[in-house]
Design a protein around this ligand. Structure first.
Ligand SMILES: CC(C)(COP(=O)(O)OP(=O)(O)OC[C@H]1O[C@@H](n2cnc3c(N)ncnc32)[C@H](O)[C@@H]1OP(=O)(O)O)[C@@H](O)C(=O)NCCC(=O)NCCS
Length: 141
């Protein structure tokens, strides 16, 4: 049976292992620091999916008072194609709506065609007329 719930500190190791398995970690983003930074910042939007006490999915949502965002959407390779990714996205969407959040954005690496297809299949639209700007404020190394 699957359970969808808010993350917990005791889940840290399994969650980071899943992110690594799903190729979501990058040398310039320490996943432990990303995990720590979520503590106290909209923790209820950091959702995990469990199957028989094993974590098989995650999504880390956020809301800045204007727009929502989703990071670290991951489903364990053995459990893909069963609707779990969509379920995790919908869980965050519902929580964002409850907060009055009108719109959600997310970033997909331009070479990640499969994930772009996934988002398009669940009604997310690519915004061709927008550039994403970023600036590193704190180095993780
Ligand atoms: C993206 C990801 C979370 C999708 O999870 P999933 O559980 O396999 O997705 P679902 O089964 O919920 O699929 C939902 C819909 O997307 C479609 N879909 C899923 N993967 C797809 C793909 N690779 N190409 C095209 N469509 C896809 C499904 O067909 C389904 O459509 P339907 O509702 O019409 O049947 C999973 O592939 C993953 O963890 N990828 C690696 C991590 C990653 O890159 N995350 C995104 C970071 S931006």
């Amino acid at each position: 049976m699957t359970v969808i719930r808010q993350y917990n500190e005791k889940d840290r190791e399994q969650i980071i292992d899943l992110w690594k398995t799903c190729n979501l970690t990058r040398p310039w983003n320490d996943p432990n620091k990303d995990f720590d930074r979520k503590n106290g910042v909209g923790e209820d939007l950091f959702i995990i999916l469990e199957y028989e006490n094993k974590i098989i999915g995650t999504v880390m949502g956020g809301y800045d008072g204007h727009r929502g965002i989703m990071n670290y959407l991951a489903v364990s390779p053995d459990f893909r194609g069963k609707g779990f990714g969509k379920m995790l996205v919908e869980e965050v969407e519902n929580k964002l709506k409850q907060l009055g959040c009108p719109k959600v954005n997310l970033l997909v690496r331009s070479d990640n065609v499969e994930v772009s297809n996934f988002y398009e299949s669940i009604d997310y639209k690519k915004q061709d007329d927008v550039y994403v700007f970023g600036k590193r404020l704190i180095a993780d190394d």
